[in-house]
Design a binder for this molecule. Structure first.
Ligand code: MN
Length: 242
């Protein structure tokens, strides 16, 4: 019998729309540029880059959005999120929707942009820019059995009621089946993995007090309020950051 030196933290979970069961979050994969950011941008020849966030960066997209430490350029990126039910390697794109994807959601790939620019300049890792606490808010998951597999529909984000990002899922440069197949050629995808599929143009900074609304038509929408830049008073380092 194996004894843990301390109790294992509870898994990170996401609510499922219309259902009391919750979805256990595995790994979080994020896709880089996957929409044209300017009209004259050429179609890419290569698959986009990907990076990861820890599972416990995923938090419900509601209520307070803490302003993270170590940045003065905290940026929003609205993204379609894909939830994997059946994993695998070298997945055929044709099998992705019928077999591997269980649900969809609207999420934020929050970014400390100043640290990302610094990492790009120095060739350093992106984790300080991307993989921080609370950096991957996500709406409740909507099973594909309810919403189907969305190929079009608005992807949008407003700050204090003003449009910042507005595009359409049909604008994705690499469609979801291609993204999942690409990842599965590089890693073995597992049940519970989430994939943030990239953000359209219009990313920009958030300030304390901003009200952020975002959504994907036919899937979900959410509202969060950005917290202050002051560190939380009662952070307990022995528990999982929430
Ligand atoms: Mn992103």
């Amino acid at each position: 019998m194996t004894h843990l030196v301390f109790p294992a933290p509870a898994p990170t979970t996401l609510a499922v729309a219309g259902c009391t069961a919750v979805f256990p979050v595995g790994r979080v994969y994020c896709i880089g540029r996957n929409y044209r950011w300017s009209l004259d941008e050429a179609a890419p020849q290569e698959m986009p880059a990907w990076f990861m966030k820890p599972a416990n960066a995923v938090v419900p997209a509601e209520g307070l959005l803490p302003y993270p430490p170590g940045t003065s350029d905290f940026c929003h990126e609205i993204e379609l999120v894909v939830a994997i039910r059946h994993g695998g390697r070298n997945i055929d794109p044709a099998d992705v929707e019928p077999h591997h994807i269980w649900a969809y959601a609207a999420g934020l790939d929050l970014t400390r942009r100043d640290l990302q620019q610094q990492a790009k300049r120095s060739g350093g890792p992106w984790e300080p820019a991307k993989a921080f606490d609370h950096s991957a808010p996500c709406s409740p998951l909507v099973p594909a059995s309810v919403c189907g597999h969305p190929h079009q529909g608005a992807v949008w984000l407003t700050v204090n009621g003003i449009d910042r990002q507005r595009a359409d899922l049909s604008d994705l440069l690499w469609p979801v089946p291609e993204l999942v197949a690409m990842l599965s050629r590089s890693v073995t995808l597992m049940p519970g993995d989430l994939i943030y599929t990239g953000t359209p143009a219009g990313v920009g900074p958030l300030q304390p007090g901003d009200v952020v609304c975002g959504g994907i038509a036919g899937i979900a929408q959410f509202t969060m309020t950005v917290g202050s830049t002051a560190a939380p008073h009662h952070y307990n380092a022995t528990s999982t950051p929430l």
